[in-house]
Write a protein that binds this ligand. Structure first.
Ligand SMILES: [Fe+2]
Length: 166
């Protein structure tokens, strides 16, 4: 790994890390789509995969705009979160479908929150570095991820999954 000399290097390293995080979160979310029972939940997870693909494409563009290879990093954080999601929401034995749906939502939100915090830090660094176009892209990524996260809360709470799981 190359030495990180300054905020710009740190920023590019972070963009690559987010690219890896997006990439790794897609297959585990696809597995959650297949395991989910609620149609609303399946749809929300599918929509989030589309958003993640867009986020991944955005990270690729940002990396390339700064002359960096977007594929040069492996995010250990998302690797761990994906393993957690598989363990607690997919591989665990559930006697009740709604309870598994509640588990899926909880695990999905961990992935989403990790992405939100990653995008947020990158946006702050982009602004500090004067990369205003990058900051706008990162803002859109954050907003899209937030929207997906809030959809999930709506399904869990208003949609009644948490209640049905009792
Ligand atoms: Fe990471």
């Amino acid at each position: 790994m190359a030495t990180i000399k300054n905020l710009k290097d740190l920023y590019i390293d972070g963009v690559k890390d987010m690219h890896s995080a997006c990439k790794q979160s897609i297959p585990v979310t696809e597995e959650m789509v297949r395991a989910a029972q609620s149609e609303d939940l399946k749809k929300a997870l599918e929509a989030s995969i589309k958003g993640t693909r867009e986020g991944m494409a955005s990270m690729e563009k940002l990396a390339r705009a700064h002359g960096a290879d977007p594929a040069g990093e492996h995010c250990k954080g998302m690797e761990g979160l994906a393993a957690e999601a598989r363990k607690h929401a997919l591989e665990a034995e559930f006697a009740d479908e709604d309870t598994q749906d509640a588990a899926i939502i909880g695990q999905y939100q961990r992935l989403a929150h990790y992405a939100i915090t990653g995008y947020g830090t990158l946006k702050a660094w982009a602004k500090r570095l004067g990369f205003n176009d990058d900051a706008k892209v990162l803002d859109q990524c954050t907003a899209a991820t937030y929207e997906g996260d809030e959809d999930m809360t709506r399904i869990a709470v208003k949609g009644g999954i948490n209640k049905a799981a009792m």
